[in-house]
Design a protein around this ligand. Structure first.
Ligand code: DQA
Length: 145
């Protein structure tokens, strides 16, 4: 079995009730079910969410050490967390892919969302396709392995 980590940052546990006009009506369990259904049988989807920056960093440290590919929605940390960037850098510089994803298209929103401190060190970035941003990242990682 191969594992793909799907890590979600702050407020994404509120999907379903949070700004449905922006993020849709589906929740994180719907996302998990969607990705599990889309993943090949030999791929385990390990989907997690936290509002805690340190916890997210520790998950990235684990991914760097175990060389587990990551799909990361850093949520608002995207725009300012150098600590998260440094943790994510350990994943990609160690040769493990990390795809930054966003449900919405941050570039079509408020100007503070236009900058990502993560994108420069991510393997790639997919944004604006709703839950399909994650699915497209999954497709890439599955083909890669
Ligand atoms: C988000 C976009 C971020 O700007 C925002 O802070 C989020 C979600 C997205 O998935 O569209 O929490 O990462």
């Amino acid at each position: 079995m191969r594992t793909i980590l799907v890590l979600n940052g702050p407020n994404l546990g509120r999907l379903g009730s949070r700004e449905p006009d922006v993020y849709g009506a589906a929740n994180l369990e719907d996302l998990r079910a969607y990705l599990v259904a889309e993943a090949p049988d030999d791929v385990t989807i390990d989907l997690r969410q936290t509002d805690d920056e340190a916890e997210l960093m520790h998950w990235l440290h684990g991914a760097a050490d175990s060389k587990t590919p990551v799909i990361l929605n850093p949520a608002a940390f995207t725009h300012y967390s150098y600590a998260l960037r440094d943790a994510a850098t350990q994943v990609t510089k160690g040769g493990t892919p990390l795809i930054e994803v966003h449900i919405s298209n941050p570039h079509a929103r408020e100007s503070f969302r236009h900058n990502s401190v993560i994108s420069e060190i991510a393997t790639g970035v997919i944004a604006g396709f709703g839950f399909d941003s994650y699915r497209l990242a999954l497709d890439y990682l599955v083909r890669l392995q």
